[in-house]
Design a protein around this ligand. Structure first.
Ligand code: NAP
Length: 367
């Protein structure tokens, strides 16, 4: 359990990624934080570990053994994809503070994660900027006073385009995100709006809100990260320039609020706050994610697995942009969507959905 004023030992998983690198900087700037463990998928960590005096390091494999020996105060899970699920469940089960960037693990394993969280009793702090913002707007507020949560989406690089215009978009165009600089998988997810779909499911599990009380609105400049509508007609908003070091710092220092050297918003420079509804016909993955979330059981896991396989195929040039949603839709139609009683059930559902996605990709390639 954390004690205020003592140095916090952070296990940084996904240390070489976009979030990981920003987290290293946040920790380096704050003498009350130190890195005690680093993990990556395949990139060597020796130099980073030497530079920051980190004893416990792991490249690839199951990170729970690393967490057992490192005994962190905080696990910052910034692994990309379902590969982060064991770390999320380990932290929740052990009551170790979980700073969660790896949204896919909460989407896929939401029910198991909530059960582990009840048993472990530790804090779960979102690092996703929208959820960090929502957490701050919701904190200390009785749920009956909250009408709904509004997640904002930038709309990605293809906002305003028609389906016909998206038929031949390239990987390069897809990776050119207008407001956020992120790893390749989440950047593609932002362009298809799958990311916002994953975030709707993430918000459901984080805040215990039913899906009909989670709205999505497109807000192109990404200055408002989330809003909370209250029953008296007021809406609370969280604003800031798009910079992930703010939610990373918030989660690592919570409940304290550390200073950062970021520039505050300039309200004299023509800040415009525009909002529009998402286009669910052109970007069906947002609708499909919501449907998978509402169905529950292993459907969100299947949605996530199919999306991971399809995004990988798109990035490798084996699938057109619109094929990502088509693949996910086919997998959801075929997935059994059983309840996930334990981790074995979940891994089975993930593997089944990946198999279905690869089959769908095979027929797509032949079509
Ligand atoms: N980037 C953002 O601004 C942002 C914002 C909100 C939420 N997120 C979420 O944060 C997570 C990370 O995103 P990112 O953009 O930082 O991704 P990224 O740049 O692709 O980095 C992914 C990290 O995960 C590591 N990794 C992959 N497989 C692993 C495994 N099996 N075991 C241990 N480490 C593994 C990678 O190591 P290698 O270098 O060895 O491949 C890398 O360090 C995602 O869930 C994303 O949705 C990101």
């Amino acid at each position: 359990m954390l004690t205020l004023g003592s140095v916090r030992r952070i296990a940084l998983l996904g240390a070489t990624g976009s979030i990981g690198r920003q987290a290293v900087e946040v920790v380096a700037r704050n003498p009350e934080l130190e890195l005690c463990a680093l993990a990556s998928g395949s990139t060597a960590l020796d130099d980073l570990a030497a530079e920051h005096g980190v004893e416990h390091v792991q490249v690839g494999g199951d990170v729970t053994a690393l967490l057992e020996v490192a005994e962190p105060d905080v696990v910052l899970n910034a692994i990309v994809g379902f590969a982060g699920v064991r770390a999320t469940l380990w932290a929740l089960e052990h009551g170790v503070t979980l700073a969660l960037a790896n949204k896919e693990s909460l989407v896929a394993a939401g029910d198991l994660a909530l059960q582990a969280r009840i048993r472990g009793g530790g804090p779960l702090l979102p690092v996703d900027s929208e959820h960090s913002a929502a957490f701050q707007c919701l904190e200390g507020r009785p749920s009956e006073t909250v009408d709904s949560l509004v997640l904002t989406a930038s709309g990605g690089p293809f906002r305003g385009r028609t389906r016909a215009e998206l038929e031949h978009v390239t990987v390069e165009e897809t990776l050119a995100h207008p407001t956020w600089s992120m790893g390749p998988k989440i950047t593609v997810d932002s362009a298809t709006l799958a990311n916002k779909g994953l975030e709707v499911i993430e918000a459901h599990f984080l805040f215990g809100l039913p899906y009909e009380r989670i709205e999505v609105v497109v807000h192109p400049t990404s200055v408002v990260h989330a809003l909370v509508r209250l029953r008296d007609g007021a809406a609370l908003a969280h604003l800031g320039y798009p910079d992930m070091s703010v939610p990373i710092s918030f989660a690592l220092n919570y409940p304290e609020r550390a200073a950062t050297d970021l520039t505050g918003l300039d309200f004299t420079a023509g800040l415009t706050l525009e909002f529009e509804p998402p286009d669910l016909d052109t970007f069906p993955l947002l609708r499909l994610a919501r449907e998978a979330g509402e169905l529950g059981g292993t459907f969100p896991c299947a949605f996530n697995a199919a999306n991971e396989v399809a995004v990988e195929a798109f990035l490798a040039g084996r699938l057109p942009f619109l094929g990502i949603a088509e693949t996910v839709e086919r997998v959801l139609e075929a997935a059994p969507g059983t309840p996930a009683g334990d981790l074995d059930d979940l891994f089975e559902a993930d593997a089944d959905a990946r198999r279905l996605a690869r089959t769908a990709l095979g027929s797509e390639a032949l079509a």
